[in-house]
Write a protein that binds this ligand. Structure first.
Ligand code: PEP
Length: 252
């Protein structure tokens, strides 16, 4: 079902103690709201997952991993499987973040395997797509996004596709302080929804949540979230501060 969502990606930040402190602070603020139809997700580092899953109110906050292995189990030193993530109490996995694509060379083929493992373990993927600055400047951004959708998602059965959350994160906006304009975000989100409709049907497209990510902060969240096809945000830097993150949650 299409929902308003604000997800915080902590990346490789916060000791376990600081993570518990920050999640507790956010939990207190979110819990206090009487009516809250925003799904709030925290994506801390792996080592926080089980502690955070235990300390947050389940009806206020859900927990996500930032990644998972592309294999189900076995001799893959240092990797964490989707099944292991499930056992921590986490419910979501971010797949295909641009930092994973760029620094860890994750291709469409690898991401497809991760998506399948996530869904097989009854977890919800938050699948990230986004173009580089040179691709936008060359006018190729729609083609790049279409390719990223096609190569990782288009083989999924329709019922699985219905469970996926998408995050459009232009790479030039991530951690740079430069945000896509509300018009640029809406234009791309609409394109993404139409592309999903073309492959999986209008009902799936209408129900899919598409988040915007890239230097989203309290000062611009309202304008971004006001767009018809922007269903919320995937937040990096501003998710490390409870007040900022809470202000973004309240930006709908
Ligand atoms: C992200 O990394 O997903 C992100 C959106 O980061 P930031 O908000 O810091 O640009």
């Amino acid at each position: 079902m299409r929902r308003k969502i604000v997800a915080g990606n902590w990346k490789m930040n916060n000791s376990l103690n600081r993570g518990i402190e920050l999640a507790t602070e956010i939990n207190k603020k979110v819990r206090k709201q009487e009516e809250n139809d925003v799904l709030v997700i925290l994506a801390p580092p792996y080592i926080h997952l089980s502690d955070l899953s235990r300390i947050v109110d389940k009806d206020a906050i859900s927990i996500a991993a930032q990644n998972c292995a592309s294999e189900p189990k076995g001799a893959y030193t240092g990797e964490i499987s989707a099944k292991m993530i499930k056992s921590t109490g986490a419910e979501y996995i971010i797949i295909g973040h641009s930092e994973r694509r760029q620094y860890f060379h994750e291709t469409g083929e690898i991401l497809k395997k991760k998506l399948v493992l996530t869904l097989e373990n009854s977890l919800t993927p938050i699948f990230c797509i986004g173009e580089q600055l040179n691709e936008r400047e060359a006018g190729n951004h729609f083609d790049i996004i279409k390719k990223q959708l096609e190569e990782a998602l288009f083989d999924l059965p329709t019922n699985w596709m219905g469970k996926v959350i998408l995050a459009y994160e232009p790479v030039w906006a991530i951690g740079t302080g430069v945000t896509a304009s509300a018009a640029q975000a809406q234009e791309m989100h609409k394109y993404i929804r139409n592309t999903i409709a073309g492959k999986f049907g209008q009902e799936v497209a209408d129900n899919i949540s598409i988040l915007y990510g890239g230097s989203c902060k309290p000062s611009n969240a309202k304008e971004l979230f006001a767009n018809d096809d922007v269903d919320g945000g995937l937040i990096g830097g501003a998710a490390l501060n409870a007040d900022d993150f809470f202000a973004i949650i309240n930006s709908f």
